[in-house]
Design a protein around this ligand. Structure first.
Ligand code: NDP
Ligand code: 2IT
Length: 444
């Protein structure tokens, strides 16, 4: 197998899906050597069977807005691979959603889920619907219409969706309710549910907390303390909020957050009180990050991202390709020591290459943000048991999983000079698990 040949072939078969090629290329470059040590993989055409999703469901979503106008969007579910468990992954509602974006996310999810130690396959879904400035009634009607198009293809042993950009507890609850009604069953077919109806404690916190646990593991290898470190966070949604919360608890100083309109920079640090304001602003009033700067009289930069500011650690937690080569050069020249991806694929290949060249601790999303789907997996376990664990029990398991993922990265990613290439480590560890499962189950 030669990565460049595979990418050329994929580009010609599936045109105009740049994020999908980017995600595949990164993985193939990491695993090429290992893969070529196994001629049986090539004989079984494992690469194409791993790269091309099992199934893509696509449907029109028809809904009525508050003015009575009938609107349409597209809905999709990419069921990428179920070799090690039912398809599992979030639903994204954002204007930028396309089959190519969801194919990259579902591919990443398959590898991420393999790292969690839990029996979870990979999938992702979503719609080009933008929740921005929609009323609660419009959100509910849209979620219900979306599930109407999807419900026959999902199920607690088949495919278990959850949240992602634009889909949080409110949207999961609406989708779960509609699914329950259509399917006539109460099962754990969605995760990220409210605690009252089968959700797991710590699921809302899990991605952000997990990312900080992973960061601590990386810092520990260099005997560096998180305490007192200035942290640049992007995003102000689910992942960013709980990343910020755990950083504060561990004595770090988060100094930035953002949304798609701009970023705030608060040099004295976002405190737990300020974070409480931000959570209410974002989760309850659906406000803009600019209002934080107005409330606390700090810097706000419209139309920009925080990577030009000075920070010791960067935790991109908004969206894909939000740190490019120039951003990475700014971070490096400002002395960044670690970058840990809360979002999926937030760093471009050029940025990652620079971090590796400068021997900066760099955690890829499929390792660092795996805490969210891990606790989703634990929610599935609790639903099957018809039981709920305490927050402490779930948090302990989350910590164990993140440390286990870190160990796998060390095992497969340590280079001769001792530097850990976490990208390579995560990709090889996940690939070997999925590859063995696909091979064992025959030609499908
Ligand atoms: P949310 O919708 O809760 O928050 C997303 C945040 O990122 C918002 O502040 C949003 O700003 C900003 N954002 C979204 N798109 C863009 C864009 N194109 N440019 C600039 N800013 C943008 O989503 P999550 O916090 O759940 O997800 C954030 C990232 O983490 C995504 O990459 C997601 O795939 C990943 N992730 C999420 C997990 C989860 O459990 N939720 C698990 C693992 C990874 P605005 O409000 O203006 O849109
Ligand atoms: O990207 C992700 O891992 C998620 N959006 C969470 C998926 C899940 O099933 O909890």
């Amino acid at each position: 197998m030669k990565t460049s040949n595979v990418i050329r072939e994929i580009k010609s078969r599936f045109p105009n899906e740049p994020e999908y090629y980017q995600a595949i290329e990164e993985v193939l470059e990491s695993i090429e050597e290992t893969y070529n040590e196994h001629p049986e993989f090539e004989k079984a055409n494992l690469i194409e069977r791993l790269i091309i999703p099992d199934k893509i469901i696509s449907f029109r979503v028809t809904w009525v807005d508050d003015t009575g106008q009938v609107r349409t969007n597209m809905g999709y579910r990419v069921q990428h691979n179920n070799a090690i468990g039912p398809y599992k992954g979030g639903i994204r509602f954002h204007a930028s959603v396309s089959p190519g974006i969801l194919k990259f996310l579902a591919f990443e999810q398959t590898f991420k889920n393999a790292l969690t130690t839990l029996p979870l396959g990979g999938g992702k879904g979503g719609s080009d619907f933008s929740p921005r400035e929609k009323s609660d009634g419009e959100i509910m009607r849209f979620c219900q219409a979306f599930v109407e198009g999807l419900w026959r293809n999902i199920g607690h042993n088949t495919d278990v969706p959850a949240g992602d950009i634009g889909v949080g507890g409110r949207e999961v609850a609406y989708m779960f309710g509609k699914y329950k009604k259509l399917a006539g069953e109460f099962t754990g077919t969605f995760t990220g549910k409210g605690f009252e109806f089968g959700g797991s404690l710590i699921r809302p916190e899990a991605t952000g907390y997990g990312n900080v646990y992973f960061l601590c593991e990386m810092l520990k290898t260099q005997n560096i303390k998180l305490e007192g470190k200035k942290c640049l966070i992007s995003g102000s949604g689910n992942v960013a909020q709980y990343t910020c919360e755990k950083l504060i608890e561990f004595g770090a100083i988060p100094v930035s957050m953002s949304d798609s309109d701009g970023y705030i920079y608060d040099p004295n640090g976002i405190t737990i009180e300020k974070l409480a304001y931000l959570k209410e602003l974002k989760n309850l009033y659906r406000g803009r990050i600019r209002e934080y700067a107005e409330e606390f009289d700090c810097k706000y930069v419209a139309g920009s991202r925080p990577w030009g500011e000075k920070g010791d650690i960067a935790l991109p937690s908004a969206t894909q390709n939000e740190i490019n080569g120039d951003d990475a050069r700014h971070l490096v020249s400002n002395g960044v020591i670690a970058v840990s991806e809360g979002a999926n694929m937030p760093c471009t290949p050029e940025a990652i290459d620079l971090f590796h060249e400068k021997k900066i601790l760099f955690a890829p999303g499929k390792a660092a943000n795996a805490g969210g789907v891990s606790v989703s997996g634990l929610e599935m376990t609790q639903n099957s048991e018809r039981y709920s664990w305490t927050a402490e029990q779930v948090d302990e398991k989350l910590k164990w999983i993140m440390s286990n993922i870190h160990e796998s990265c060390i095992k497969y990613g340590t280079e001769p000079d001792g530097y850990v290439n976490y990208v390579k480590g995560a990709n090889i560890a996940a690939f070997m698990k999925v590859a063995k499962a696909i091979m064992a189950q025959g030609i499908l």
